[in-house]
Design a protein around this ligand. Structure first.
Ligand SMILES: [Ca+2]
Ligand SMILES: [Ca+2]
Length: 232
């Protein structure tokens, strides 16, 4: 553990403690659950640990949805639909979107010089109190983007973590069942029609058709004692 003198002088200690404080503020669900499950069976006291992990994706749904301007589409999925979901360390929800441009009017030789105006596509992903949103545009006639809501401490993965016990690390990267249940996604479109020089060449744009994929993010991880060979 760090002493107060360490915190005042040791930058690594400050960064580590800062990360822990951030996590305590941002992800309180873990600590409630970790306390409920703490049985000490993992062993592993406070030490240096190498944390490794890999994210894989489990598809919940995919499809194509015509979405009107200002008329959001939303859908929910439950992990009951996934085989053995309770055996998976579900740490996030990802919504991937791609789209073109469907403006009509204002085309042909009598309407030169016009062009489409980009629409804004906003995707949202949420589970329990965790949510995220991100927007993209079909500038130039097409586009794609994704949004992920996550409920684990991604900054620990691939790192040597010091000053925590194995159980404390596990509490930040293992959802311990918190990934089960309902997962909700939404897509909304703010469409915009481009202009044409002539009033008889007006364009219209009522929304956009979006291809989407909804996936759970599953983290497989290892926590192993870290041996600093430079000390030997
Ligand atoms: Ca448009
Ligand atoms: Ca459009």
């Amino acid at each position: 553990m760090y002493t107060m003198d360490d915190l005042k002088t040791n930058r690594d200690a400050q960064i580590t403690v800062g990360s822990i404080v951030f996590f305590l503020l941002a992800f309180p669900i873990y600590f409630g659950m970790a306390a409920g499950n703490a049985d000490g069976s993992l062993g592993g006291g406070v030490a240096d640990y190498q944390v490794n992990g890999e994210i894989t994706y489990v598809q919940l749904d995919s499809g194509t949805e015509p979405i009107g301007d200002g008329d959001p589409w939303t859908d929910s999925f439950n992990t009951d639909a996934i085989n053995n979901a309770e055996d998976l360390n579900i740490v996030g929800l990802r919504l991937s979107m791609s789209y073109g441009e469907d403006e009509t009017g204002g085309e042909g030789p009598l309407c030169p010089g016009g062009s489409a105006a980009p629409d804004t596509i906003i995707g949202g992903a949420s589970h329990l109190d965790f949510s995220a949103s991100a927007e993209g545009q079909n500038n130039g006639g097409s586009g794609a983007h994704e949004v992920s809501a996550i409920w684990y401490n991604a900054s620990m993965v691939g790192q040597v973590v010091s000053g925590l016990s194995m159980d404390e690390i596990k509490a930040q990267i293992d959802s311990m069942g918190a990934g089960l249940g309902d997962h909700t996604v939404s897509i909304s479109v703010a469409s915009q029609a481009g202009n044409e020089p002539s009033p008889t060449c007006s364009r219209s744009d009522g929304g956009e058709t979006v291809d989407y994929t909804v996936e759970l993010m599953v983290l497989d991880y290892t926590i192993a004692p870290y041996l600093d060979t430079s000390d030997i």
